[in-house]
Design a protein around this ligand. Structure first.
Ligand code: PEP
Ligand code: MG
Length: 562
């Protein structure tokens, strides 16, 4: 078989190699019309499959709840309730008895009708449930076809899960032998992608139906870092990927073993390592890996399908499970960063991004602040403002927050500004007196400063001198005002950028949950004085390529640390 490269969209970073494990097998609608005589038995099989699915989801939810994974358990409970819904069960039964559909097809067709209704009801929470409901349909239809319901199979070796789309339940119960995920459809910000990122499972989506034509066991590489899946890779490529994966696993094991050690450079500079999260799954993974707390909670990801500004209740429901494990720890909750590629249906056509949009709707801002102050009460709370461009925006947020805090009798939390557009870095000396912390978002900052698309494969070079100069200006303004500076963009976990950030004087690095242990190890491997000298030279370099040459001694240190 010759090697084939399929292009997709990266939804969770990393590289994995294994044999295809199809999740859609047995779950297809066939055109068969059953003989009258066969229909009662088929209807019974369909109903049994629905009941068995409910039992499996209940068991899985109980297991997750026992592990404190309540948010995921709640998602599975909703699927289980759907599997027992009398109206749905009646329509599945009728589809077999009156229309002669096979058991698996009846389930798929009838559950899809429910999912479509959820899609169009106009309630963001219900619309988000559509993927969960479709996941139930796949499970029940597999059971009706005589296969096991979940993603578990008794195969040996690593598996690459291949499916049209995935519900979070499918990802949550993955066997430990699943090392990567490839989807025909799927979104980058969907539930499943978020859970995959939390678990550190490489995932590529949007590969098209061609991925569904692969046969069970066919070898393939999920290369999320290069936005591709390589089918039947040649032996040289397999060898290279295997070596890289083994080295990464060994390094991760070493980093996890040392996760409790303090994050202090060899010459004694302390750098806190926190986590970027959107779900409680990621919070748990981050804390297990030694994170000092959460440096960025992306609140908007829970509301990307919203048809209205989220209400206090909706905010509370999404914040509670994420903030509960952070009692006594840093919890940096960012206000909704809608706009750009994170524009929900109700804001289609609106201009602006982040705080600018939020300040146009006083009620929307108050609703979120109210829920944050309530659910974050037991944490070391910090409220982070996205896409700040001028000091007045910070003052406006504070003015909205103070009466809420006074009414609740809670203290006003630390207010922090994202520095993620060049305007904020240039204005850092004016912004610093207004805030308790800066958080530099290098994803957007690099893209705006260099004029390149932040989603471009391979990432964008935050170690370009033009970006480093903005970071240095931000740190200088923060020093003058006596406030700390965090970096929460992807660059904080990039070996090319992280040492320069430390060298420029960054106090906190906030990284994806799966990168926490590794970045902690990197901090301990660095010498601050050496990193500072090289970072100063990097500010005078002409290009990112020149900076890479300067950095060689630092990269070698990180390599040794994993
Ligand atoms: C950033 O821009 O670096 C950042 C952390 O914000 P987001 O990735 O959510 O836009
Ligand atoms: Mg940003």
């Amino acid at each position: 078989m010759t090697e084939r490269v399929l292009a997709g969209v990266p939804a969770s970073p990393g590289t994995a190699f294994g044999g295809v494990r199809r999740l859609d097998a047995g779950g297809e609608i066939d055109g068969t019309v059953l003989d009258e005589a066969l229909r009662p038995a088929a209807a019974a099989r369909a109903l049994d499959a629905m009941a068995q699915s409910a039992r499996e989801l209940d068991e899985l939810a109980a297991k997750l709840r026992a592990e404190g994974r309540t948010e995921e358990a709640d998602i599975l409970d909703a699927g289980s309730m759907m599997a027992e819904d009398p109206v749905l069960l009646e329509s599945v039964e009728n589809a077999v008895l009156s229309r002669g559909l096979a058991a698996a097809s009846a389930i798929l067709v009838e559950v899809e009708t429910v999912a479509r209704q959820l899609d169009t009801l106009g309630d963001p929470e219900l619309a988000a449930r559509a993927a969960d409901v479709r996941s139930l349909a796949r499970r029940a239809s597999r059971l009706a076809s005589g296969e096991s319901g979940g993603t578990r199979r008794d195969t040996v070796g690593d598996a690459i899960l291949v499916a049209p789309d995935l519900g979070p339940a499918d990802v949550i119960e993955l066997d430990s032998d699943v090392s990567g995920i490839a989807l025909a459809v799927g979104g980058v910000t969907g539930h499943a992608a978020i859970v995959a990122r939390g678990l550190g499972l490489p995932m590529v989506v949007g590969l098209g139906n061609v991925i569904l034509s692969l046969s069970e066991g066919e070898p393939c590489i999920v290369d999320a870092d290069n936005s591709a899946v390589i089918v039947s890779p040649d032996s040289a490529r397999v060898q290279a990927v295997r070596t890289a994966i083994a080295a990464a696993r060994e390094a991760h094991g070493r980093a996890m073993a040392a996760r409790a050690l303090p994050t202090v450079t060899r010459d004694g500079r302390s750098v806190r390592v926190l986590a970027n999260v959107a779900t409680s799954t990621e919070v748990r993974a981050a804390l297990e890996a030694g994170a000092d707390g959460v440096g960025l909670l992306r609140t908007e990801l829970a509301f990307l399908e919203a048809n209205h500004w989220p209400t206090v209740t909706e905010h509370r429901r999404t914040l509670e499970p994420v903030l509960a494990p952070l009692r006594g720890l840093t919890a940096t909750v960012r206000l909704l960063d809608f706009g750009g590629d994170k524009t929900p249906p109700f804001l289609k056509g609106a201009h602006g991004r982040g705080v600018e949009l939020l300040l146009e709707d006083a009620e929307a801002l108050s609703a979120q602040l109210e829920a944050i102050l309530e659910t974050g009460d037991a944490t070391e709370l910090r409220v982070l403002i996205p896409m700040v461009t001028e000091p007045g925006q910070v003052r406006a947020v504070r003015a909205a927050m103070e009466p809420i805090a006074a009414r609740r009798g809670s203290r006003v939390p630390l207010v922090a500004a994202m520095v993620e557009v060049p305007a904020a870095a240039v204005m850092a000396d004016r912004l610093a007196p207004e805030v308790g912390m800066f958080s530099i978002g290098t994803n957007d900052l690099t893209s705006f400063q260099l004029g390149i698309d932040r989603t471009r494969p391979g990432g964008s070079p935050a170690h370009h001198p033009a970006v480093l100069r903005l970071i240095a200006a931000t740190v200088e303004a923060a020093r003058t005002a006596g406030i700390p500076v965090e970096v929460c963009g992807e660059s904080a976990s990039s070996p090319l950028v992280m040492p320069l950030l430390v060298g420029l004087g960054i106090d906190e690095l906030s990284v994806g949950a799966a990168a926490v242990a590794r970045v902690r190890a990197w901090v301990r491997a660095l010498d601050f004085a050496e990193a500072a000298t090289i970072a100063r030279r990097a500010l005078d370099a002409e290009s990112a390529a020149q900076v890479e040459l300067l950095e060689r001694p630092l990269l070698a240190l990180l390599d040794d640390a994993g």
